[in-house]
Design a protein around this ligand. Structure first.
Ligand code: HEM
Length: 401
């Protein structure tokens, strides 16, 4: 991870009057030779959106049928469910084409991913909630998009909906007929399409927007790295043994997920090495604080600490700093608790080693990590065991005000 974001470097350059530093962002240079398409071409994914569902979404908004669609698709949750009645014909025709696995999906690898996620779910939930969830608040475009969309006004509900995606992907039945992931991914893709139509009409969002429409293929890939590539690196850093078949299964599940979210094959990294290279290019250099992101982070952190989970603020703040580094902790203004910081630094690796059977000694604060893992998992499970509890819905408007 770089120490200073490119965005900050650019503003610093601008403040110092360095015209070139404030010029257009670096040109995209990642070759698609490292992608599933494997063609050696350089196309900028930040200039590619998702035209077909975006047009469907525009029509749903123009026809004023978003609430009706949300009602109609409430019962549509399982991969094997037929498309529900009560939706406009053009939406049903679009979904008939995309509500399926791509021809290149490998059933054996997807089944292996279900076993892998079952084995490692608790670590993944920690990485995704306190790690990636908070990292999303220092991805400036994502933080602003989330803040200014309808869901930004109710972060608790939004976080629960977003957890649905992680829970459904990490479920041991994710890809099976009774699993939910293919449906959840299709709903999410349409939410993004609606957001692409809505946010350009938000004065607050457009004030600082730096692209004509939000959520390009590049932006989705950046979020993918902040979740999946980051989790992969965390597991390795924590000394968790992963077989090469498990690593491949994890990546393959995400490759199919990216496809279902509308990312083109020419941008989907082919290997973990390609993921790491792409993340160096598009994730770490672009992190930075925003007013909107700081407000979202405060809300999210309130969600995982007292009174919701009963984890002390100092512990949660320092766990975030441990996972994301002090620079991000400082951007978010997380108050220091040096006792908790030392405890986590020393005892988390011992705790993981104990759980993984590579050390016979449970550290003194093992109970604290047990509680954190269990409570964070509950956030997912409460949501995930009841798919109708926080269903993914299409927003009909932006954040009010
Ligand atoms: C909505 C997941 C990338 C902005 C959602 C939802 C999910 C989701 C599950 C629906 C539930 C909800 O409303 O929260 C993902 C995944 C991504 C991704 C898995 C990439 C791997 C992005 C990016 C942006 C973004 C890159 C912005 C730059 C939004 C917004 C909403 C949304 C604004 C709508 C919230 C509302 O209802 O108002 N996303 N997302 N997402 N996402 Fe994403």
């Amino acid at each position: 991870m770089g120490n200073i974001s490119r965005r900050r470097l650019l503003s610093l350059g601008a403040a110092l009057g360095l015209a070139s530093a404030a010029a257009a962002p670096e040109a995209w240079a990642w070759s698609s030779a490292g992608s599933l398409a494997g063609v050696d071409a350089v196309t900028d994914p930040f200039q590619v959106w998702d035209p077909e569902p975006d047009a469907v979404a525009a029509r749903l908004l123009a026809d004023g049928v978003i609430p009706a669609v949300n009602t109609a698709w409430r019962s549509w949750t399982d991969n094997a469910d037929p498309l529900p009645p009560g939706m406009p014909g053009y939406l049903t025709s679009y979904l008939q084409q995309v509500n399926r696995l791509p021809s290149w999906a490998d059933a054996a690898k997807l089944a292996a991913s279900e076993r892998y996620y079952k084995r490692l779910a608790s670590y993944l939930f920690v990485s995704q909630s306190i790690g990636s969830g908070i990292m999303s608040t220092v991805i400036p475009r994502e933080a602003r998009a989330v803040y200014w969309s309808a869901g930004g006004a109710d972060m608790k509900d939004r976080a629960a909906k977003t957890f649905t995606f992680g829970y459904d992907l990490n479920s041991e039945t994710a890809w099976q007929p009774t699993g939910h992931f293919i449906v959840t991914a299709n709903k999410t893709r349409l939410v993004h399409s609606v957001v692409r139509n809505l946010l350009p009409t938000s004065a607050g969002f457009m004030e600082s927007a730096d692209q004509p429409r939000p959520i390009s293929n590049g932006d989705i890939l950046r979020t993918f790295h902040s979740v999946a590539t980051y989790a992969h690196s965390n597991l390795l850093k924590w000394g968790i043994r992963l077989s090469s078949a498990e690593k491949e299964a994890d990546l393959h599940a995400w490759q199919v997920a990216l496809h279902l979210l509308g990312v083109q094959r020419q941008f989907i990294p082919a290997t973990w090495a390609d993921c790491l290279a792409q993340a160096e290019h598009m994730l770490w250099p672009d992190l930075g604080p925003t007013r909107e992101g700081n407000i979202l982070a405060e809300t999210l952190l309130g969600y995982v600490s007292q009174p919701t989970l009963g984890l002390a603020d100092g512990f949660v703040n320092e766990f975030v700093r441990y996972l994301l580094g002090n620079q991000i902790g400082d951007w978010l203004g997380l108050r220091r608790d040096l006792v908790q910081a030392a405890l986590i630094r020393v005892e988390w690796p011992l705790y993981v080693a104990f759980r993984e059977g590579t050390s016979g000694v449970l550290p003194r604060s093992g109970y604290l990590f047990d509680q954190a893992l269990r409570d964070i998992a509950m956030l997912y499970l409460n949501n995930g065991t009841s798919p109708t509890q926080t269903p993914i819905t299409l927003p009909a408007a932006n954040r009010p005000g």
